[in-house]
Design a protein around this ligand. Structure first.
Ligand code: OSB
Ligand code: MG
Length: 369
């Protein structure tokens, strides 16, 4: 495909409610959107890096810099044969996975449209619906958390994830479990603990959790391998897994029993599929994480989550759980069984609402061949 034009935009959209984690509070999302025009087709991708480097070192500004100054010049006006060709052109850039992913997602959308098939089909998706949960930020009190969970369960979500942090962990987890003895419940620490907290982390074993996500250092695998044998609850790595090589290390060292795949974090879909397949070969379940994406990133996430080894519900909730007015149509909605329907139209399968995108755009740059 000849790449005729690329456009970068940054959007800013307020969240319907503040989202608090162990690393901070978010009230709005500002992500970079990549639009690729190639041979009459238009592909879209969303790089999920936010305004600050608190989840990972990438920010929307580093994403813009890497795309504008390194990744886009390697493809603009050129014939990119396939995804392998695209990846080879960007391979010189170390790290910056979310920047690479933004462009990769848009190219997958273009290639899927060129073949007249859905993105999900092109990625190897085998399901027409995906199981979804919801990720709930730290609330003002355990009671407030119980109310929040109740309302999301009424919306149909089939799994609840709660954020924890030192001092806001056992009380909240125990209140959630007491109020809802039978739900699928998991916790996410976003790297807030160390091995010195092993007693506290062991205390979480009492609450019959599906998993505990990323308790230790944000790039650590070794300490997690020391922790996992001391817990009954499976550890799921998020922040520490940037590649299939990291996943192999985590699995072989026994650092985790589950892996969360966020395609942005690992540099795109190609690497995500490698991790998915590696985990399947080792009989580890995977599930799809989320980064509070707009409808563009959400559609891409839904497509990937349809692959067979995504056997646990994902952090891919309905658009309206995040934003009052999203930038795509149709929006994803949770059905009575706690599922989202995978689009079947060619490419990402949702329409980008250009007027809405224009209204929330805070930065724009065009690159022409
Ligand atoms: O750790 O999974 C995480 C959001 C931003 C950054 C990190 C994380 C999250 C979430 C939200 O948990 C998942 C979502 O609903 O998009
Ligand atoms: Mg996480």
């Amino acid at each position: 495909m000849r790449i005729d034009r690329i456009e970068l935009r940054q959007f800013k959209m307020p969240l319907v409610a503040p989202f608090e984690t162990s690393f901070g509070v978010e009230t709005e999302e500002e992500h970079v959107i990549v639009r690729v025009d190639a041979e009459g087709l238009t592909g879209w991708g969303e790089s999920p890096a936010g305004a600050n480097p608190f989840y990972s070192y990438e920010t929307n500004q580093t994403v813009w810099h890497i795309l504008r100054d390194f990744l886009i010049p390697n493809v603009l006006g050129q014939d990119v044969k396939d995804i392998d060709d695209l990846l080879a052109r960007g391979a010189q850039v170390r790290g910056h996975n979310m920047a690479k992913a933004g462009l990769e997602f848009a190219m997958w959308d273009v290639f899927a449209q060129a073949r007249g098939i859905s993105l999900s089909k092109m990625l190897g998706g085998t399901r027409d619906k995906i199981a979804v949960g919801v990720s709930i930020g730290i609330q003002s009190s355990p009671d407030a958390l119980v109310k929040k969970i109740d309302s999301y369960l009424r919306d149909g979500y089939q799994r609840i994830k709660i954020k924890i942090a030192p001092g806001r962990d056992i009380q909240y987890t125990s209140a959630a479990r007491k109020a809802f003895p039978n739900i699928l419940l998991q916790v996410d620490a976003n790297s807030a603990y160390t091995l010195a907290d092993v007693d506290l982390l062991r205390a979480l074993d009492e609450y019959n959790l599906l998993l505990i996500e990323q308790p230790l250092g944000y790039e650590d695998i070794y300490d997690h391998s020391k922790l996992q044998p001391q817990l009954k609850t499976p550890i799921c790595l998020d922040e520490s897994i940037h590649s299939a090589a990291d996943a192999r290390e985590g699995i072989e060292l026994g650092a985790c029993r589950i892996i969360n795949i966020k395609p942005g974090r690992v540099g795109g879909f190609a690497e995500s599929i490698k991790i998915h397949d590696l985990c399947a070969a080792h009989k580890l379940p995977v599930w799809h994480g989320g980064m509070l994406e707009s409808g563009i990133g959400r559609a891409a996430n839904v497509a990937l989550a349809a692959l067979p080894n995504f056997t646990l519900p994902g952090d891919i909730s309905a658009n309206k759980r995040y934003f009052h007015e999203d930038i795509v149509a149709p929006e994803f909605a949770v059905d009575a069984e706690g599922m989202l329907t995978v689009p079947t139209k060619p490419g990402i399968g949702v329409e980008v609402l250009l007027d809405r995108l224009e209204r929330v755009t805070t930065r724009r740059e065009e690159f022409k061949a």
